[in-house]
Design a protein around this ligand. Structure first.
Ligand SMILES: *Cc1c(COP(=O)(O)O)cnc(C)c1O
Length: 362
């Protein structure tokens, strides 16, 4: 069967070259005579896999030695708890910008450990913009300041980081890691579930400034302590070995293409193709404030629910799948992560244009 254009928000498409490489090595990896799935995580072969993955991520994101890279489990969702457990240990207060469901979840979990101060929210307009921030509302003594860098469901992103001074900035970058360049040194902690832009579900990347490690209370469960995972180099227990291996292949794929700067250019080009079309269409409409538009997740709507449904159905028949928007937004959402080629976006826009033409002929 032919592959479709998969616009899923996550788990999402992977580069074909990566899948084919994994396929070619599936049964026997290198000279090991076994699959990566069957290997001891303490073996020489696997050590090389995980160490290379970390080194390649450090290269891609220019991560300085003053930061530790962890490959954990539990998804971004477990980070909603691990972050307050490990970082909410001074004033037990943290500031949050609520720009969507994931940000809300981060607040709800943090409330179990301390005070979560919401400094701004865009809930009033179904999160279709990034709210302006007033530093006067920030807690002077917060243990950290949390944002969701790219809002997967609503299709917004921070194009400018909040000015938080010495307070560690913590960012959920699940749906934008490696999509555009970021200055790691502006952050105290960054985290991302892999299944949007990095690889298969099962591994979560945490990048944490070294001085933020080791402040958790003594009764913190070992599996939830950054210090323990850092000390054991993500090998305190069995890591998600195969997911890390495939993620490592994605890192190599990106490096071969010139790294994040090159991916960013391509991502900007892909997003512009779709946004330009939406801005000029008489039928389709983007739902997000222009200044805050995501490069990765692009929600859009047709004038009626019937047309949305019709479009999604016809698109699926034509090989454009997973375009249905999140239930809280409705309409459509095209997630165009790094693995989506420019041709995929061109093909989608051509299809939308034909759909629009046919509707107007009636
Ligand atoms: C998908 C997503 C999450 C949840 O990730 P899980 O790995 O399912 O826990 C959290 N934050 C953002 C921004 C996401 O896109």
């Amino acid at each position: 069967m032919e592959r479709v254009y998969n616009f899923s928000a996550g788990p999402s498409m992977l580069p074909l070259e990566v899948l084919q490489r994994a396929q070619s090595e599936l049964v026997s990896y290198g000279t090991s005579g076994m699959s990566v799935m069957e290997m001891s995580h303490r073996s020489k072969d696997y050590e090389a896999i995980i160490q290379t993955a970390e080194a390649d991520l450090r290269t891609l994101m220019a991560i300085p030695d003053s930061y530790t890279v962890l490959f954990l489990q539990g998804g971004a969702s477990l980070q909603f708890d691990m972050i307050p457990m490990n970082l909410m240990t001074g004033s037990k207060k943290a500031d949050f910008v609520v720009t969507g469901q994931w940000a809300k979840r981060a607040v709800e979990e943090a409330l179990k450990f301390g005070t979560a101060n919401v400094v701004a929210s865009s809930a009033d307009k179904v999160f279709n913009y990034i709210p302006d921030l007033d530093s006067k509302t920030f807690s002077k003594d917060a243990d950290y300041f949390h944002i969701t860098l790219n809002n997967t469901i609503y299709g917004t992103r921070f194009t400018k980081l909040p000015e938080v001074g010495n307070i560690p900035l913590v960012a959920d970058m699940s749906s934008s890691i490696l999509a555009e360049q970021v200055d790691i040194t502006k952050f105290g902690l960054l985290y991302a579930g892999a299944q949007k832009n990095l690889g298969p579900a099962g591994v979560t990347v945490v990048i944490i400034r070294n001085d933020l490690i080791g402040h958790e209370p003594e009764n913190t469960p070992s599996m939830l302590s950054y210090a323990i995972h850092a000390k054991d180099k993500s090998m305190f227990n069995t890591p998600p070995t195969y997911a890390i291996y495939v993620m490592g292949l994605v890192f190599k794929w990106m490096l071969e293409r010139g790294g994040v700067a090159v991916m960013q250019k391509i991502n900007e080009k892909k997003a512009a193709i779709l946004y330009n079309y939406l801005d000029n269409s008489k039928l389709f409409r983007g739902t997000v404030a222009k200044k805050d538009r995501s490069l990765m997740n692009i929600p859009f709507v047709l004038p009626t629910e019937e047309l949305n449904e019709k479009f999604i159905k016809l698109a699926k028949q034509a090989g454009f799948v997973n375009l249905k928007g999140h239930r809280t937004v409705g309409g459509m959402r095209a997630s165009i992560y790094n693995a989506m080629p420019v041709e995929g976006v061109h093909a989608l826009v051509d299809f939308m244009d034909k759909f629009e033409g046919r509707e107007f002929e009636k």
